[in-house]
Unconditional design. Sequence first.
Length: 103
Amino acid sequence: MNKFSLIRSFLAAMLIVLAPFTLSAQEMSVNSSDAVKIDINSADAQTIAKGLVGVGMVRAKEIVAYRDMFGNFQSLDELTAVTGVGAATVDKNRHLLLVPVQE
């Protein structure tokens, strides 16, 4: 048995042993009541990019630019008006976002 076969066998055995102890992505996610909500009307692009699932810096900058151009978001679903932000992205992040009620 060569060195690489031995390493491969060891890694395969570790996967078998550790598989029952791995967490799914859903189990690793933070409980929505524990998560810090991001105010979509005041957060900067860096905060948006770091805090949301599937939103990178380019998309976060587009969200901020849209907000600057059209004013504060009235609902989370309004985010779909931003180029590249679809309903699926909004749904994945709904528990992380906050749109303050404006009076």
